[in-house]
Ligand binder design. Structure first.
Ligand SMILES: NC(=O)c1ccc[n+]([C@@H]2O[C@H](COP(=O)([O-])OP(=O)(O)OC[C@H]3O[C@@H](n4cnc5c(N)ncnc54)[C@H](O)[C@@H]3O)[C@@H](O)[C@H]2O)c1
Length: 450
């Protein structure tokens, strides 16, 4: 049976060392089955979620009278799972919350399992790029409000598999908007990013919501394009939209492809931190609990048709994140020699914005302010990952390698992916193992059997 390489690989064994040689008794043959497929529905460890703290925001407002059923796209992912927990638990008698998620490689139902007994919570498996899935959910739950988080969110991956970013982030947003319009939604809150503004020079002023959009990578370009579509629906169809542009967010529940959880888990494994380029780019970081409070504020006090930056005061370089984490793990880092024992520089991204800088005055007027300092937030985050990081999603070994490759739900190391058969060298599946045609021919010519 002939299969394309990407559809055949299914090695999910926990604890696999991604860099170990392929398991083959024939040294001249290439085994093509290495990859990880995480299962977002899996508990991974029984009762795991019952041991984790239930994390949410701190705000509570007078409930809106015209809002009852809220659909949250991407609800099994990082930021949205915080928001789903917050809304469900803070407004149990006021809002019904529907988490709508396709359960991509980075999602896990562990993020919302603690809500399964709540009568105002439901999970709907669905894809925002499917008009039928979206329509079904809107009708079934009589949705009046949409918070749209679902996205391909990892900049690094957008340099390799950018079609997926356009498909999910632009087309998926378009589908949601169109369905929301046809359904007659009352509020559509679109979650965008500070990256749509592009790079901001060191001494430049912080950017307000009226600044030009100038994205520089396929991820940020897809988010900016999605915003254009949101704005078009606002103008053309009077869709009641609010757009939100947040700085980087960190905290428990973030998939460990992103820098902070990845570095925490590497240090826990006593492995070196792999820093892109010279590590001088900075980002402003906001604790997940704080963005949830900001979104709660925008839901209850935000003005339809407006754009709000959610801005943090904490601007930190990648190198400073290394110093901070090494200190927290009790590892020497003050001299270059001690630091370099734990930090290795890899090639940089094809393009790496030096910094983003946004002004949050408009949201402050609505009453929101950042509550969690980076020092406090990072402490909570490190504690959580030390307890749950290795077991929350399944085997994350390949994600912790320098440039993992993700296709659909499959994850490879860069080297493994480069060794896969090309499209014109299709794999041959025999006895649950995928061989290149050449390798199988060699094996059979030498009298071996699979
Ligand atoms: N993480 C950050 O630092 C940050 C900063 C600013 C803005 N944002 C934005 O916030 C949103 C959430 O980011 P995150 O980091 O929590 O993302 P994430 O990658 O952790 O989660 C994304 C979720 O969307 C789901 N999803 C992906 N494609 C889907 C589809 N076609 N249909 C339905 N569900 C789908 C995934 O399964 C996953 O659960 C994104 O829109 C992102 O652009 C993130």
């Amino acid at each position: 049976m002939l299969l394309s390489p990407s559809s055949t690989i299914a090695n999910t064994s926990a604890g696999t060392n991604p860099t170990s040689p392929p398991d083959s008794s024939y040294s001249n043959l290439t085994h093509r089955r290495n990859s990880t497929v995480l299962n977002p529905r899996s508990y991974v460890t029984p009762e795991l979620w019952t041991q984790a703290p239930i994390l949410k925001g701190t705000t509570k407002f007078e409930p809106l009278t015209d809002t009852r059923n809220i659909m949250v796209t991407g609800g099994a992912g990082f930021i949205a799972c915080w928001f789903v927990r917050h809304l469900t638990l803070t407004y149990p008698n006021d809002y019904n919350v529907v988490s709508f998620d396709k359960l991509d490689y980075c999602a896990t139902l562990n993020n919302t399992r603690m809500l399964e007994k709540c009568s105002n919570f439901a999970f709907e498996h669905g894809d925002i790029t499917s008009p039928n899935d979206v329509k079904r959910c809107l009708r079934k739950h009589k949705i009046d409000t949409i918070f749209h988080f679902a996205a391909q969110s990892h900049v690094d991956l957008s340099f390799g598999n950018s079609y997926q970013f356009t498909n999910t982030n632009v087309y998926g947003t378009h589908v949601l908007l169109e369905r929301a319009r046809a359904h007659g939604i009352k509020r559509f809150i679109h979650i965008s990013t500070d990256e749509v503004y592009g790079d901001v020079p060191d001494n430049a002023d912080d950017l307000s919501e009226t600044s030009l959009l100038a994205p520089t990578n396929p991820y940020s370009a897809s988010k900016a394009a999605a915003e254009m579509m949101v704005n078009a629906y606002r103008k053309s169809f009077k869709l009641p939209v609010i757009t939100v542009r947040s700085n980087n967010v960190y905290g428990p529940h973030q998939f460990p492809e992103k820098i902070i959880p990845k570095f925490v888990l590497l240090l826990q494994r006593q492995s070196k931190l792999l820093v892109h380029g010279d590590g001088t780019p900075t980002r402003r970081y906001l604790y997940a609990g704080d963005i949830v409070d900001a979104l709660d504020t925008i839901l209850h006090k935000g003005v339809i048709g407006q754009i709000y930056n959610i801005a943090s005061k904490d601007e930190i370089s990648n190198i400073d994140i290394c110093h901070k984490l090494l200190g927290m793990f009790g590892l020497l880092h003050s001299t270059p020699k001690a630091f370099n024992k734990w930090v290795e520089h890899t090639e940089d991204r094809p393009f790496n914005d030096h910094r983003y800088a946004t002004d949050g005055t408009k949201l402050a007027v609505l009453g929101w302010q950042q509550r969690t300092s980076f020092d406090d937030g990072i402490r909570t985050t490190v504690d959580w990952y030390r307890r749950f990081g290795e077991v929350w999603w399944g085997d994350i070994s390949r994600i912790l390698t320098p440039f993992p490759v993700v296709e659909g739900n499959e994850i490879w190391t860069k080297e493994e992916h480069e060794a896969l058969p090309s499209d014109n060298e299709l794999g041959v599946e025999e006895n649950n193992t995928v061989w290149t045609k050449k390798a199988l021919n060699n094996l059979q010519a030498s009298g071996g059997t699979v």
